[in-house]
Design a protein around this ligand. Structure first.
Ligand code: PDD
Length: 277
């Protein structure tokens, strides 16, 4: 197995970072998870763009251009002979004596990427998943794909301890997003999902789904929706790079309709599948 460490592709076991790396100490960095289908990176351009945007929004300048980065990820995928799985990539502000202030001088960011084998979650895609509701206790820049994921981790752990796949977060009445996914609901035949602002991550999968809706004349709205609307929803699903279009069949022990994935969810799953073939 190979990993990318800065500009080098090296043996994974040789890829080490310093104990004063700011990612390790402060979570001072950003990341991406990119899906690989049949040896090909899916929506790579969009991921590289978001990676650059996230880095820029916290004042980290990427050590490479997106083009160079895409070439290196390509090489990494090939060297690891990855067919179906994920690429994890992160960049931190670099290594410097611990200080809350950004380091001065020529501290270079630490870039790391590696691959993970992983099949599609076919069983869950078929049957759907259970979820819980939990108050969104995260900060107010959830649009940055930051390494600081404690709020997300606590939410996901709580879900898992209740035998659920995901936690649907909300700020008071306002439904925001999952711990590592975006949330969609269907009301009167319209697909509704939170607008991409500072309260959620602008999911790449979410954007693919919005596009599929537009292209296939499925009514869709990006707007805030409430817990009450969610409770009364005709269908609910979630999306992410790894979960794709995932039916939600239960929230806090209450079945959505009959507990069977809905029609529009199925349709979007079919359309999504055509995109990744
Ligand atoms: N998570 N919202 C949050 C908080 C996320 O962490 C993610 C993805 C998404 C969906 O984004 P996308 O469709 O671009 O994957 C929404 C990744 C998969 C992770 O942290 O593993």
């Amino acid at each position: 197995e190979f990993a990318l460490l800065n500009e080098e592709i090296i043996d994974r076991s040789q890829a080490k970072v310093d104990i004063e790396d700011r990612g390790y100490q402060f979570g001072d960095g950003v990341y991406e998870v990119i899906r690989v289908y049949n040896g090909k990176m899916f929506t790579l351009t969009e991921h590289l763009k978001r990676f650059a945007d996230s880095a820029e929004s916290i004042g980290i300048s990427l050590p490479f251009t997106s083009l160079k980065l895409s070439e290196m990820l390509e090489e990494l995928t090939e060297k690891n002979n990855l067919q179906t799985g994920n690429i994890y990539m992160q960049v931190t502000r670099g290594t410097a004596p611990r200080n809350h202030l950004f380091p001065t001088g020529n501290v270079t960011p630490t870039l790391v990427a590696y691959t993970i084998n992983g099949v599609r979650p076919l069983e869950n895609l078929k049957s759907g998943v259970k979820t819980i509701l939990t108050e969104d206790i995260r900060w107010l820049r959830c649009d940055i794909k930051s390494l600081n994921l404690l709020g997300n981790l606590l939410a996901k752990q709580k879900a898992s301890e209740q035998g659920c796949f995901e936690a649907i977060q909300h700020r008071g009445q306002e439904v925001t997003e999952g711990s590592s996914s975006n949330i969609f609901m269907v009301k009167n035949g319209t697909v509704i999902t939170h607008e991409s602002n500072h309260l959620i991550l602008k999911g790449i999968t979410k954007d693919v789904i919005l596009d599929l809706c537009f292209k296939n004349n499925i009514p869709v709205q990006e707007r805030t929706f409430s817990l009450t609307e969610l409770e009364e929803a005709e269908e609910v699903f979630l999306s992410s790079t790894t979960a794709e279009v995932m039916p939600v069949i239960e929230i806090d022990g209450k079945k959505i309709r009959s507990g069977i994935p809905g029609h529009l969810t199925r349709k979007l799953q079919d359309l999504f599948e055509k995109e990744i073939e």
